[in-house]
Design a protein. Structure first.
Length: 86
């Protein structure tokens, strides 16, 4: 759910966006892996070949799949609020 919340936040951001927060970079990698966004993430291997955490990502855009997911989230929220009002 955190990734979807982050996707919604990106939808209200100016893109491309530079991401430097470690937790946000992890969310960017999840959204990229699931096809929700196009992003460039700094290599995860250091000069010695050891794994290192990426220190920066650039979110280029939200894909059609990402926009569809946002639309579904809005529709679900609307249905839930209608049920609460009933």
């Amino acid at each position: 759910m955190r990734a979807l919340t982050y996707l919604l936040r990106l939808a209200h951001s100016t893109l491309p966006a530079i991401i430097e927060d470690r937790e946000d970079i992890l969310l960017v990698s999840v959204l990229k892996a699931t096809g929700m966004i196009e992003a460039k993430i700094a290599p995860a291997k250091g000069a010695t070949g050891c794994y290192i955490r990426a220190t920066m990502a650039v979110v280029m855009c939200i894909t059609d799949e990402g926009r569809d997911e946002i639309a579904r989230a809005h529709a679900d929220a609307t249905r839930a609020s209608v049920r609460l009002a009933s």
